[in-house]
Ligand binder design. Structure first.
Ligand code: 6MZ
Length: 355
């Protein structure tokens, strides 16, 4: 694993609440257990279970969200998640999260996001580049430029359970927080719930306002929705598991980059085994793809592990895996300045790494 950790990587599909350390979740569950809000042993069983279907995984988020309802916890998990990705040598992270309103905690979508931003500012193990306005110095930290650095940008997720109005509130928030590192929006959540027609006008509006859009697409075989999503021409899509011949053709001709989450797809049984995973075909066709973790906490994986798995499952050499990681620079939602700096990071790493 050491080599895969030392290779610089980009993470473009990571859900904040899916990327929490198990130890933190258990600690939070114990606290709620002591307060009599949940039964700790029941929560422990659910949290430590490994093989979950897609519906079970999405149900698990109900428990996780119960554990992460207050601002302090949101700040803490954001800090830890960024530090964990940085420890994996992820040099650019697009972290996505669903802004949540919770009246009993005095939480609005905006204050939820402020807690996330506070978490980014409190990262201490690594220098963080959080935003970059036209004349704003992007790095946050104590100015030691020799320190290891991670670029972090945010995507605001819309959950498919939400109404069009709630989705619009998220888009407005994303627009207002652009100068704080928000670069785009995502549509996620249970693919069996909600209609594309509810969300597309909101996502179209987001795009007109200059936000980039990524969609969870094809987690279930709903061809009508998959076609409508592809025709929307999102800047990227996540998963793309259940496409059929016509839809593959369309995806390839549109050249929409795909965020591939191998372990997540296998664990949720969206794809039955790696030897039939669409990674191989897309990779062989040179279709734009990027390897991502999805929910590193929920699926017990890391960015380095996803690269190691792809290399061994599909017989791809280290140098090609390095190029795969580098090519993802082309699909990030941050601007050209960041892209150039990431190219330099990869150039330096290429001199250092033994292939
Ligand atoms: C669809 C997923 C997902 O936003 O609370 N989420 N949506 N498919 C998946 N594949 C397994 N994994 C995570 O992070 C958790 C939320 O991300 C979405 C779900 O809506 C989940 O509630 P945040 O930080």
């Amino acid at each position: 694993m050491e080599w895969w950790v030392s290779m610089p990587k980009l993470e473009l599909h990571a859900h904040l609440n899916g990327s929490i350390r198990n130890s933190t979740l258990l600690e939070l569950a114990r606290e709620l257990g002591e307060k009599g809000i949940i039964i700790f042993s029941d929560a422990e069983c659910v949290l430590l279970k490994n093989d979950r279907s897609i519906s079970e995984s999405l149900k698990l988020f109900e428990l996780i969200h119960l554990l992460t309802t207050n601002h302090k916890t949101i700040t803490r998990i954001t800090k830890e998640v960024v530090e964990d990705f940085a420890a994996e040598n992820v040099v650019y992270l697009e972290l996505r999260t669903t802004p949540k309103r919770n009246d009993s905690e005095g939480m609005s979508k905006r204050s939820y996001m402020e807690a996330v931003l506070e978490g980014l500012r409190s990262v201490s193990t690594v220098e963080t580049d959080i935003f970059r306005g036209s004349d704003v110095e992007g790095s946050h930290g104590n100015g030691h430029s020799q320190r290891k650095k991670i670029y972090v940008r945010l995507l605001l997720s819309i959950d498919r359970r939400e109404t069009r109005e709630a989705a619009m509130e998220t888009v407005q928030l994303a627009m207002e927080m652009r100068h704080l590192g928000v670069v785009g929006v995502d549509l996620c959540g249970n693919p069996m719930i909600g209609e594309w027609t509810t969300f597309w006008p909101v996502l179209e509006f987001a795009r007109e306002q200059g936000l980039l859009v990524t969609l969870h697409c094809g987690e279930v075989p709903n061809m009508e929705e998959i076609n409508a999503m592809l025709d929307f021409l999102p800047a990227r899509i996540g998963h793309a598991c259940c496409l059929k011949q016509e839809e593959w053709k369309k995806l390839k001709s549109y050249k929409i980059p795909v965020e591939i989450c191998l372990t997540s797809n296998i664990r949720t049984e969206t794809i039955s085994s790696l030897d039939i995973h669409h990674f191989a075909d897309l990779y062989n066709c040179k279709h734009p793809i990027v390897l991502c973790t999805d929910d590193s906490g929920v699926f017990s994986t890391t960015s380095s592990r996803e690269y190691a798995i792809a290399s061994s499952a599909f017989g791809i050499e280290k140098r090609e895996m390095f190029e795969l990681a580098r090519n993802a620079i082309g699909f990030i939602f941050a601007g050209d300045g960041v892209k150039l700096e990431l190219e330099q990071i990869f150039d330096l790493a290429a001199e250092r790494l033994q292939f």
